[in-house]
Design a protein around this ligand. Sequence first.
Ligand SMILES: [Zn+2]
Ligand SMILES: [Zn+2]
Length: 265
Amino acid sequence: MKLLSIASGSSGNCIYVGNNNTSILIDAGISKKRIEEGLSTIGLSLRDMDAILVTHEHADHISGLGVLSRACYAPIYTTIGTKAGIFSASNLGKIDEEQFVTIAAGEDFLINDISVHAMRISHDANDPVAYTFHDGDKHIAVATDMGYMTDENEQQLRGMNAILLEANHDLNMLQVGPYPYYLKQRIMGDKGHLSNESAGRALSRLVHDDLKHIVLGHLSHENNYPQLAYEAVRLEITMGDNPYNASDFDIRVAARKEPGRCIEI
Ligand SMILES: [Zn+2]
Ligand SMILES: [Zn+2]
């Protein structure tokens, strides 16, 4: 299986997961053009996509969905709440309701030969989910926009070979930064975003022999730096109650605006 971050961050998200037979996009928070450019780095085009999975209706996950859906006829998988959020967004243009397949948090479903699990996440959206992908003994997770990692999330994220996990902000930068009080409270709250430290601590519990790749994603532009997220997570993994050192894993930070290097497991 392959994992490619096309864009990841508070200003737009789109991730690719697939294998030789099946291609899946997770979220469309950037332009169709940028999605196409990202896919072209691994020799794919919109025609190859078998499904578009949406995590939730925030603009950084759906702003490109209208244009994308009119160019790419792959079914769009969302929860009912997310679908309602998409249809009440005013700036997406016409989206064909027939293109949607509704799923429920906690459910498993198949996209060709890839089994997908949708897990509920704690975030201030209608009915947000994150996804894990399973192809035989290969497992990939894409998990962002989580106020905190629930026990259920942690259970679902065990046994992954590659994880793209949110490391949204440095707590200190957020606290002293320019955001208004209510926004700081929202981001730090139970339905906001994972800090670098929270991501690192969660990863320090999730690491195992077959976890090969860790990608830190959904970094805040204002309240984080890639190097800070990277170092904070490395420290938590190394200091954590596990037999590993951070250097045992390929850890990288997903770029906010350009495609990363494709990970293959
Ligand atoms: Zn969100
Ligand atoms: Zn987001």
